[in-house]
Design a protein around this ligand. Structure first.
Ligand SMILES: NC(=O)c1ccc[n+]([C@@H]2O[C@H](COP(=O)([O-])OP(=O)(O)OC[C@H]3O[C@@H](n4cnc5c(N)ncnc54)[C@H](OP(=O)(O)O)[C@@H]3O)[C@@H](O)[C@H]2O)c1
Length: 439
């Protein structure tokens, strides 16, 4: 049958089960109900919620679940004959989410998930089950929430060799950095504001230490480079070490501080690193405000692609999940990582220390004679030459903030210099360093 011709008989509804009815699950129920007619026309058939499941049946979730069958036991979603697609919105790399995902795919059901931790850790194993059972595994919502970046890279940019992929992959951190930028706030105050606004969890570790961004980066890297997912090879430095002066000095240098996840493949292997960076003010990433996310992919024919949008929240995340469900309704699916698991190759991890670039370095030092000489000597001994240097009184009064920009140097040389300076009696607290993003 031609894809243009109307089906001779209407296609049966696609029957969906929702596992986990929290922020995201509630959004999916609302979206499927609100746009039901439009979605049916686009998908070529209705999409029906058949069953829902979470831990507490009696919890008020702000959505009416009475039209749907409630299952206390998720196993019932896997064994039911009237369910085509299981949507996993529970969370966590392992535990109930992983058990459900394995069992659903194993039973030949399609799986849609928003769970970046699970995909980062177990995506290859799940993709292998999906292939064996010839059933879809889709995870658009797992990376950058509402931004359709998985589809864009997997399909729209699929003709390109991608040299590097990078971006702002955690909205909580971007919100905190934007607060620090606008108000001159400390990291602690900006984090409290993010928690008060609901952008950060009570325990912000996953976000502010770069772990959440690392999960998303590893998924993007596999997709962009055709490599096997390797979350163990991603290194992550978060934003806890930043102080208000870093944001100020970056601005004085014509840059903004952003937490950047970057993956790049070259002859040395695959580099995957999440860390705060100085982004030049003329790069679009410097203008991504608040809790938004943005992804840049550089293709050898298309050039630079830039995607920006909401990386979290009920509506945007539901938008990505339902787009996956619509693809399944249209029978549009293929290998989860754009090629069969056996075709993905294992790139060796590149040495992060060998990366050459300019760096921003900040130290707080005692205001006394000889300290500047100590800094320049440590840099010289490590083979790092200094391009520019700013010295200002500390906000507290007695100490001095030194911010400097290096010429191009390997990261390992910066680490060596800072190890020496960090041990000095005249340096207060831990030195901070950030690479300056090269365009
Ligand atoms: N929130 C976002 O903006 C966002 C964006 C992108 C991706 N994601 C991903 O989407 C997933 C869900 O996030 P969320 O924010 O919606 O989480 P959430 O609000 O905490 O909801 C989690 C849901 O899972 C259920 N659940 C938890 N543990 C369970 C278990 N052991 N057995 C059965 N049900 C269980 C909970 O049941 P009860 O309600 O009964 O406790 C709840 O309904 C996560 O993987 C997250 O990383 C979230």
């Amino acid at each position: 049958m031609s894809p243009y011709s109307a089906p001779t008989a209407p296609r049966p509804p696609l029957r969906v089960a929702l596992a986990g009815i929290g922020v995201v699950g509630g959004g999916v129920v609302r979206l499927l109900e609100a746009n039901r007619e439009l979605i049916a026309r686009r998908a070529g058939r209705p999409i029906d919620i058949v069953a829902v499941s979470a831990r507490d049946r009696h919890k008020d979730r702000g959505v009416d679940l009475s039209p749907y069958r409630w299952e206390d036991d998720m196993e019932a979603l896997v064994s039911a004959d009237d369910i085509d697609v299981v949507v996993e919105m529970i969370g966590g790399a392992d535990g109930s989410a992983l058990t459900l995902a394995r069992r659903a795919l194993g039973a030949g059901k399609a799986l849609v998930t928003a769970n970046k931790a699970m995909i980062a850790h177990h995506g290859l194993a799940l993709a292998a089950i999906a292939e064996e059972k010839d059933t879809p595994l889709k995870y658009e919502a797992a990376v950058a929430g509402g931004i359709p970046v998985i589809k864009a890279i997997r399909e729209g940019a699929s003709a390109n060799e991608i040299a590097r992929v990078y971006g702002i992959l955690n909205g909580t951190c971007n919100y905190i950095l934007t607060q620090m930028e606008r108000n001159g706030a400390s990291f602690a105050d900006a984090l409290s504001a993010a928690q008060a606004e609901g952008y950060a969890e009570a325990d912000p570790t996953f976000d502010v230490d770069g772990i959440d961004a690392a999960h998303k980066l590893s998924i993007l890297a596999a997709l962009c480079f055709g490599t096997r997912l390797d979350i163990g090879a991603v290194t992550a430095d978060g934003i806890r070490g930043l102080i208000a002066a870093d944001i100020r000095e970056a601005e004085a240098l014509g840059h903004r501080v952003r937490l950047i996840g970057m993956a790049e493949r070259d002859e040395n292997g695959l580099y995957q690193h999440v860390q705060p960076c100085l982004v030049p003010a003329d790069h679009p990433l410097a203008y991504v405000p608040g809790a938004l996310n943005a992804v840049v992919a550089e293709g050898n024919f298309v050039g630079r692609l830039f995607f920006e949008g909401a990386g979290a929240g009920a509506g945007p995340t539901a938008s990505a999940i339902v787009a996956d469900i619509i693809d399944i309704a249209r029978d549009e699916y293929g290998p989860a990582f754009a090629m069969p698991v056996d075709a993905l190759d294992a790139a060796p991890a590149a040495d992060v220390g060998a990366r050459v670039g300019k760096h921003y370095v900040r130290l707080i030092v005692e205001d006394r004679i000889g300290v500047l000489a100590e800094i320049t000597a440590a840099m010289r001994d490590a083979g790092v030459s200094i391009e520019s240097f700013i010295q200002r009184g500390d906000d507290e009064g007695s100490d001095v903030v030194i911010a400097l920009v290096t010429h191009e140097s390997p990261a390992s040389a910066i680490h060596a210099a800072l190890a020496v300076l960090g041990a000095s009696d005249h340096v207060v607290g831990a030195p901070m360093h950030m690479p300056i993003l090269a365009l």
